[in-house]
Ligand binder design. Structure first.
Ligand SMILES: [Zn+2]
Length: 475
């Protein structure tokens, strides 16, 4: 058990301020969610499009109203700061979101509150936490906390699509001395796997498969994929449909195959979207589709080079078996693979895999070389390899110990250990930074899914935890 300490007066006053400003906190989170801040076409001063610009602008206007010094850094990121110059304690969040996807029970950008939960894209990732962090900071300002370090909330605009926001920001502003990012899990994440986005591709000889479309982003398990087939003369569409359907039955895959009026066969695959770092929690519509196509290819016409079969196997082996890179270590567990984007257009096949590799492997070069060798046997090349190496902070550092203690005190959870995860969280944008919430252990909350939500009580708890943590680190 953590020793129960008499509550610190600053923490107590900040908690009271948060309670008194509860409605404003919820309102801020709702207003953020109502902005469809999916990355869009750039324009001057708006590198990630108008939705992201609007969301960043809202952070600035609310931060100003709460008495913080705000700054818009060329539309890439904004910050809200308070306290003495010199070393800062930083909090890093983001207001961009992944696309809504399908199957929502409420409008994803409606900011709807239902049964005590705020439902909408970004509720838990990362607009709710952004709202909580800004109000946490504001509560310490309001009570005049005698901090020794400055407090700085940094809010980026393209966490989901490339981290340009933080690169741009940290070229112009110093790193905080101590930092956490509320963009993953509690209690605290001290190790993150390396992240490799790997695109394989090649030209397919002309055949019945004319087009494939599945997935939009490497780090999301696709919930939908579609194939179009044009059979050569003399081939019986009915027999092909049957073969594909029976493959789907064998795979227990949700696949619908039908003949279009123009004679094409259209095959739709339905999966379950989830984050690319936990592919086992979803169902990959793209690899399922490929598997059923190559398995249901009775006439042996679809895949003369074996390229499709290779991609299908690579997508199915969630721990790298198909790519020949099934590694693991004791700190961070097994390597994982997500087939995030699949395209066949004009005879060009492209498959982008999101690979998460253990922290014991310092960088991805060796893995890429092994994939290159295997893929070449199926006529495929490595077209692109973007490596983001693992991120590590000592488990016994002041930062990790302090955040863990605040978490234990605020939640009563004395058991859940600090985490090593599939990574890459936003925390890796800051040397020595760690991820700290927002998701509580065993809450079952998974970001990037339909009906993303945050309990209002959870939102309030986040604000309290982050206020206490900022104070503990800055005092
Ligand atoms: Zn996020």
């Amino acid at each position: 058990m953590t020793a129960p300490s008499a509550m610190d007066p600053v923490e107590q006053a900040a908690g009271a301020w948060l309670q008194a400003h509860d409605a404003e906190l919820v309102d801020f989170a709702v207003r953020l969610i109502r902005i469809e801040s999916v990355e869009g076409p750039a324009s001057p001063g708006r590198p990630f499009g108008s939705g992201v610009a609007e969301a960043l602008g809202l952070v600035v206007s609310v931060g100003d109203r709460l008495g913080l010094e705000t700054l818009d850094v060329d539309g890439y990121a904004v910050h809200a700061r308070w306290g003495p110059p010199g070393e800062d304690v930083g909090v890093l969040t983001h207001v961009d979101v992944v696309p809504a996807g399908e199957g929502w029970s409420v409008p994803p950008f409606g900011g709807i509150i239902r049964d005590g939960r705020l439902v909408g894209r970004g509720a838990i990732d990362d607009k709710g936490p952004t709202a909580a962090a800004l109000f946490a900071l504001a509560s310490l300002v309001a009570v005049g906390a005698p901090v020794r370090r400055g407090l700085r909330l940094i809010v980026g605009g393209d966490e989901e699509t490339g981290f340009q926001c933080v690169r741009h920001y940290f070229r112009r502003h110093p790193y905080p001395a101590l930092a956490f990012a509320p963009d993953a899990l509690f209690p605290v994440v001290f190790a993150e796997k390396g992240v490799l986005d790997l695109t394989l591709g090649g030209e397919l000889p002309a055949g019945p498969l004319v087009r494939l479309v599945g997935g939009q982003r490497p780090n999301v398990v696709p919930d939908r994929a579609t194939a179009w087939l044009e059979l050569p003369p003399g081939h019986d569409a009915g027999r092909w449909l049957e073969a594909i359907r029976s493959a789907a039955t064998r795979y227990r895959a949700r696949i619908e195959a039908s003949a279009a009026p123009d004679g094409r066969i259209v095959v739709e695959s339905y999966g379950v979207a989830t984050h690319g770092s936990t592919p086992e929690k979803g169902i990959n519509a793209a690899s399922q589709l490929l598997g059923c196509l190559v398995d249901g290819d009775g006439d042996g016409l679809l895949d003369p080079t074996g390229a499709l079969r290779f991609i299908a196997r690579a997508g199915k082996g969630l721990h790298g078996q198909g790519l020949g890179i099934a590694e693991r270590d004791d700190v961070s567990g097994p390597l994982t693979v997500n087939l995030g984007v699949l395209r066949l257009e004009g005879g060009e096949l492209r498959a982008t895999f999101n690979v998460r590799y253990p922290v014991a492997i310092a960088r991805a070069d060796g893995l890429v070389a092994r994939v290159r060798e295997r893929a070449s046997e199926a006529g495929l090349q490595v077209l692109r390899a973007d490596d983001d190496p693992p991120h590590h902070v000592p488990r016994d550092s002041f930062l990790v110990r302090t955040l863990l203690e605040v978490y234990r005190r605020e939640t009563g959870d004395d058991e859940t250990p600090p985490l090593a995860i599939g990574g890459g969280t936003y925390a890796r944008a800051i040397p020595g930074g760690v991820a700290y919430g927002p998701v509580l252990p065993f809450s079952g909350v998974v970001p990037h899914e339909k009906d993303e939500s945050i309990e209002l009580d959870h939102l309030r708890k986040l604000a309290r935890i982050y206020a206490a943590a900022l104070w503990a680190l800055a005092r």
